[in-house]
Design a protein around this ligand. Structure first.
Ligand SMILES: [Zn+2]
Length: 246
């Protein structure tokens, strides 16, 4: 089932997971917003730019309490977090969620062509910064998010940013990787990226018995592709500092 309210599309996938996409943000910029339905509560992983009412859209779909969690504090993932009451993120980026700036959320990278429509008349992308979204529920390595009938474990993968986390469901072998891994050039040299530590995180990711990666951007994929992407990155391709080798 795919639904679209004009601002967000909603597509059901196996395992009670849905993919929500911002319809007015270009494909190369919008993040994947994941909705996982549990028996007692639901989990939202990443929230998009938040320029349109994402929380309202989800409340129309679910009657259960919502835990919103951001894989990290960049504007394309955390912009909508302030719309939710339960806000989860890693302590290493707590200050950014609370006091976001254009630099700290890398909003200085967004360009007019990334927005297909202005959210409101007079909107100024040049000065736009996401709303503060103080974390109400800090999550660290090993913490568990319990939806009643299924549990997700937090894995800390610093590198893309200091507080980047992935969400791991051991039972299904599903991992939500945020910007730590997707099928594209990996952003490893942003202002607070740590390229050497990023490599360590990717090496660690390879050890997980992955069935499905639901990435922060672009399509989902399996273990074979995951190993390919990481190996290519380790061999010097897929880094944002060597575009000639992309
Ligand atoms: Zn990011």
């Amino acid at each position: 089932m795919a639904k679209n309210n004009g601002y967000y599309s909603y597509k059901n996938l196996p395992n009670e997971i849905a993919l929500i996409l911002e319809s007015k943000v270009s494909e190369d910029w919008r993040c994947n917003i994941w909705h996982i339905r549990g028996h007692e509560r639901d989990l939202i992983i990443d929230t998009g730019l938040g320029l349109w009412p994402i929380a309202d859209h989800i409340f129309q779909i679910s009657e259960r309490p919502i835990i919103a969690l951001c894989t990290h504090s960049h504007h394309d993932h955390a912009g909508g977090l302030n719309q939710f009451e339960i806000r989860s993120g890693h302590p290493a980026e707590q200050d950014i969620f609370t006091n976001p700036t254009r630099k700290s959320t890398v909003a200085d990278l967004i360009r007019p062509e990334h927005l297909l429509e202005e959210p409101y008349h007079g909107f100024d992308l040049e000065s736009w910064c996401m709303n503060p979204a103080p974390i109400t529920n800090l999550v660290e390595e090993g913490d568990v998010i319990d939806l009643g009938n299924r549990c997700f474990k937090i894995v800390h993968f610093p590198g893309h940013s200091p507080g980047s986390i992935a969400i791991w469901e051991e039972k299904t072998g599903i991992m939500f990787t945020g910007d730590t891994l997707y099928d594209g050039v990996l952003y490893d040299h942003l202002y607070h990226s740590m390229p050497e530590i990023f490599k360590e995180s990717l090496s660690r990711l390879k050890e997980f018995p992955i069935e499905t990666i639901h990435a922060g951007h672009g399509p989902s994929f399996g273990a074979y592709k995951m190993h390919d992407i990481i190996d290519e990155y380790m061999s010097g391709r897929r880094s944002m500092i060597c575009p000639s080798q992309r």
